[in-house]
Design a protein around this ligand. Sequence first.
Ligand SMILES: NC(=O)c1ccc[n+]([C@@H]2O[C@H](COP(=O)([O-])OP(=O)(O)OC[C@H]3O[C@@H](n4cnc5c(N)ncnc54)[C@H](OP(=O)(O)O)[C@@H]3O)[C@@H](O)[C@H]2O)c1
Length: 320
Amino acid sequence: MIVCLTTIRTYINRGKGTRHEACAKDEKIKNKKMNILITGGNGQLGNEMRKISTRSVSDSYFFTDVTELDITKSDDIRQMMKEKQISVVVNCAAYTNVDKAEDNEELADLLNHKAAENLAVACKEQDALLIHISTDYVFGGLKNTPISENEPVNPLAVYGKTKLDGEKAVINSGCRYLIFRTAWLYSSFGNNFVKTMLKLTREKDKLSVVFDQVGSPTYAGDLASVIFKAIEERLYNQHQGIYHFTDEGVCSWYDFTVEIAELSGQKCDVQPCHSNEFPSKVKRPSFSVLDKTKVKKDFGVIIPHWKVSLKKCIKEITGK
Ligand SMILES: NC(=O)c1ccc[n+]([C@@H]2O[C@H](COP(=O)([O-])OP(=O)(O)OC[C@H]3O[C@@H](n4cnc5c(N)ncnc54)[C@H](OP(=O)(O)O)[C@@H]3O)[C@@H](O)[C@H]2O)c1
């Protein structure tokens, strides 16, 4: 006999109706075709969502970037959501340039905070779910053990502050939401650390990279997978709130670079150095390791080690 454990849990929580009725209802929710709106569809995560969405059994995905839907314009969001009868919005759009955010606070706030609020308010009005992405930069990075979702936030710079304000706006809107905080994101799309280091280790004989900032590199395809699973299996019906998601394992930017050079067969001499050797306006967290216990438990995901995903991504980029 096959027993649906999720259904039994839901049935027990509901405390009424038969197990068969609960199972039938859950199946009905799962089988209902949905329209999903992706914003920022030309970015790293947006493109990974584009790839994985082709696997959907019944849902239709609508991909937009700033030319099709500027998320700073709330009326346009409302109109598109109504027209396309959107049930879930995945917000992959953001102001992601951490250094430039220091001099462009207004624009960073507009995109990371106010635009997130626009989406959340529209989702609340139209009873849609908002899947929003946030960052390890909401934390101050002074701990030395993995950071869980409910630990105190303390952003050190403009980017993290605007992303935190975005989180708060989503939560305060009263919409149904999932917020995934991630870190050190890369993919074969767009510009990122992996692509920069592939180029630098190819062009230079010697390179110094900071070893006093540690975190978990995250392949955007892995983050897209958990978002897709949450939508496809309607897991958000049982689980909402803030979740931490990165790839498994921990390293410094120096270790990350050594692995990139090795995997791409470059002979570059990579040496560790301190952050203060590269003066920057932005104060970055020195410890950015997120605790993923909650996402693994609630969404039943097996997360790859960062080295495994890095190998996969470098193969996509270089063809080797
Ligand atoms: N990258 C990281 O290391 C990292 C780390 C932690 C968390 N995150 C978070 O993860 C999420 C995805 O990041 P990502 O690296 O995939 O971002 P990304 O590659 O920078 O993509 C963001 C996309 O949003 C678009 N966009 C800009 N303004 C817009 C507007 N007004 N309306 C609609 N779209 C607009 C951008 O278009 P243009 O390129 O034309 O501006 C771009 O295509 C973000 O929330 C980010 O904060 C990223």
